[in-house]
Structure formats: structure tokens, C-alpha cells
Design a protein around this ligand. Structure first.
Ligand code: AN7
Length: 354
């Protein structure tokens, strides 16, 4: 068996990349498709549920799949500086690949709502961090305005088509592992690049004869930040799931097409539902994800209770980012209280039985 060498090496012939494009891989991709135990048991209808655990990518989120391709392209056109607006994970990923590739990285972050782990990553990798007042959407607009004025800067947000190219490889991996596409694919939606990318990947695999069916794509937004569900820009999006606190998604059209062409749909889940699913995954499945990543699970629980999922369905849910990204939220919901004792067995026995 050849060792895993990253998504470009694994799927180069299926990526729209010019010949000879350099690879700057951190060996992203090849993440586990973990079968559910507790979620499956808790829902009716003998569902077969799998988690695509994207938190195990090199920087702890799915963004690395697209970032490696965006950087391959940036290196091919000899860019020296990359730029992104981000709710945190794109920034962490861009900063890591920039460090690897010798580019300067500038990240524009919405002030005050970036999870601590993500900010630490961007800083550790040496990015220039600019904090912009208002929601992510302000930062996104300013990133686009800046590259219009300075076209030599490489914009590595998912409006960059090479990001979508890379991210579609998750659909390939799922299909390769299961031997076909699932019946349903659930995932959280923020800027809407990922749902667009998955749908592209599944369609291309079907066209190539690698899968016999296509999944219904089901996207979930946080109730306070659900522009696609409500069909309007949300000027002041609010949710505890900071990664998806986005009011005007860049890939809005692609997301709508993915849901409608696949026979899927969009829904929203409240912060309480997100935090319930977040804790359920950690306590019952052994999977620690960040709050936004639990939105797809919260969504499945909701629609399964409404009887919208046929018995026996195969379902994949993408868990987009690792729980360690947002240690403050974990501390808030789990409130760790270690029992302090001296180093004696009597005290230990008392502590664990008390
Ligand atoms: C954990 O990092 O938009 O719908 O700037 O970090 O493709 O945007 C992150 C998004 C889901 C939503 N889960 O994906 C950013 C950013 C996590 C995320 C999403 C994000 P998209």
C-alpha cells in the first residue's frame, strides 16, 4: 500500500489543476468515516449513520482540502501574499499553508467572535491578523475590495474556485469508502462553499461511473444566522457557533443548486439544539467537535423526529472541525471541576466514590 500523500496526489486526475502545478501538501484528507453508535441507536428507522470526521485534518478542519489546492495554484502563479476573510478555520488553514509555502498571509477576522484555538493557530503560523468590526460579512467584502485594488494578492476564500476543487475530494473519499454515495448527506452551512463542493464531487463521481446514486444534500444553518433558510441577508447574524455566524454567504447560489438539484433542502437549528448535539457527540459518540460542526447532527435529529427520513437510509454527516478549536465553549458547557486531593490512595478512593 502506498502511504497517503494528500488530496492532490490522491485525486490529481479529477482536479481542474494545470499540469505541473506544485504541491505544498500537509497530507490533508483521508479522514476517518466513523460509524455512529449512539446517534443511530437514539433514532428510529434503523438508519446507518457515518461521521466524516474532518477535525482530523492537519489544521483541525475541512478547510485544508481546499487550501492545499488554492496554494498549489498560488505558487504556480508565483503569488507572494495570500489573503482571506474568516470566522477562524479558513484563517488557521491559510496561515499554515502560507507558512509551508513561504507566502505572507493576511487574515481579516470579525472582531471578538473567533474561537481561541483558531486565533492561536493563525498567530503561531505567523499571519498578519486584522480584526474588523461587525460580522464576517464585512471582512469578506473588504477582502474582495482589497484584491480588486491589488490583484497580485491571492484571495484564498472559497470564492476562489480552487478551494471548491479541493474540498470536493471529501465526497470522493466517502464514496470510495462506502462503495457508493449515501442516501443523505447532512452538513453545517456558513459561507456555503462546502455544500457546493460536496455536490460537485458527488456529481463528478456519478458522471465518471464511480457511484450509482446521488445523495440528497441537506444543509443546516444556525437559527440566528440562517440567510439561506430565510431567503434574505441577515445584517447582524448571531449564534454560539462562531464558525457559521455569517449573514451573506458567498456561495449562496451554489448551495441552493446543491439542495434543489439533489432533492435536498435547508433547515435551521437553534443554539440550544446545536449545543445539545455538541455534547451528545462528545459524551455518547466519543467525538469532540466544535459547536458549528454539531449543526448537521442537530439537523438530522430534528428531521428524523419529523419522520422525514425513510427507514434504513444511509446517512453521512460531516463533522467539519475539531472540538479543541473552541476550548472556551467546551469549558462553558462541560464546566470541568477536577477533584483536588493529595497523593494518597485513601483520598483517591474517597474522591471517586464520594
Ligand atoms: C467548523 O473559516 O467560513 O458553508 O471563514 O469553520 O463552507 O462556509 C468557516 C466555515 C462549517 C461552514 N463548520 O462551511 C471560515 C468559515 C466549520 C466552519 C463551516 C465553517 P461553509
Amino acid at each position: 500500500m502506498r502511504p497517503w500523500a494528500g488530496v492532490i496526489a490522491a485525486y490529481r486526475d479529477r482536479l481542474a489543476l494545470p499540469e505541473g502545478t506544485p504541491d505544498c501538501t500537509l497530507l490533508e484528507g483521508n479522514t476517518p468515516l466513523v460509524p455512529s453508535v449512539a446517534l443511530q441507536r437514539s433514532l428510529p428507522g434503523n438508519l446507518a449513520i457515518f461521521f466524516k470526521y474532518e477535525g482530523l485534518n492537519p489544521t483541525g478542519s475541512f478547510k485544508d482540502r481546499g487550501m492545499v489546492v488554492a496554494f498549489a495554484r498560488a505558487l504556480a502563479r508565483k503569488a507572494r501574499v495570500c489573503l482571506c476573510a474568516s470566522t477562524g478555520n479558513t484563517a488557521a488553514s491559510a496561515a499554515a499553508y502560507a507558512a509551508r509555502s513561504g507566502l505572507r498571509c493576511i487574515v481579516l477576522l470579525p472582531e471578538g467572535s473567533i474561537a481561541r484555538g483558531k486565533l492561536a493557530q493563525a498567530a503561531m503560523h505567523g499571519a498578519t491578523i486584522v480584526s474588523i468590526s461587525g460580522p464576517f460579512d464585512n471582512a469578506m467584502r473588504m477582502a474582495q475590495e482589497l484584491v480588486r485594488q491589488r490583484p497580485e494578492i491571492e484571495l484564498v476564500n472559497s470564492v476562489n474556485p480552487f478551494r471548491i476543487e479541493g474540498q470536493k475530494t471529501a465526497a470522493f473519499e466517502i464514496s470510495d469508502t462506502l462503495g457508493d454515495a449515501p442516501d443523505f448527506h447532512f452538513l453545517p452551512v456558513g459561507n456555503a462553499g462546502n455544500i457546493t463542493a460536496y455536490w460537485k464531487g458527488y456529481r463528478e463521481y456519478a458522471d465518471a461511473g464511480r457511484i450509482a446514486r446521488l445523495p440528497r444534500m441537506v444543509g443546516f444553518q444556525a437559527a440566528g444566522a440562517a440567510p439561506i433558510v430565510e431567503g434574505r441577508v441577515i445584517p447582524d447574524p448571531q449564534t454560539v457557533a462562531s464558525a457559521i455566524r455569517i449573514g451573506n454567504p458567498a456561495s449562496w447560489k451554489g448551495a441552493l443548486a446543491a439542495a434543489s438539484d439533489s432533492g435536498g433542502w435547508f433547515g435551521s437549528v437553534t443554539d440550544d439544539e446545536i449545543l445539545d448535539a455538541y455534547q451528545f457527540l462528545a459524551r455518547e459518540e466519543g467525538l469532540f467537535v466544535e459547536p458549528a460542526s454539531a449543526a448537521g447532527v442537530a439537523g438530522l435529529r430534528k428531521v428524523a423526529a419529523q419522520g422525514r427520513i425513510p427507514p434504513g437510509s444511509h446517512i453521512v454527516i460531516t463533522l467539519t472541525g475539531h472540538g479543541l478549536k473552541d476550548p472556551d465553549m467546551a469549558a462553558r458547557v462541560a464546566a470541568p471541576k477536577p477533584i483536588s486531593i493529595g497523593p494518597t490512595l485513601a483520598e483517591l478512593v474517597h474522591a471517586i466514590e464520594g
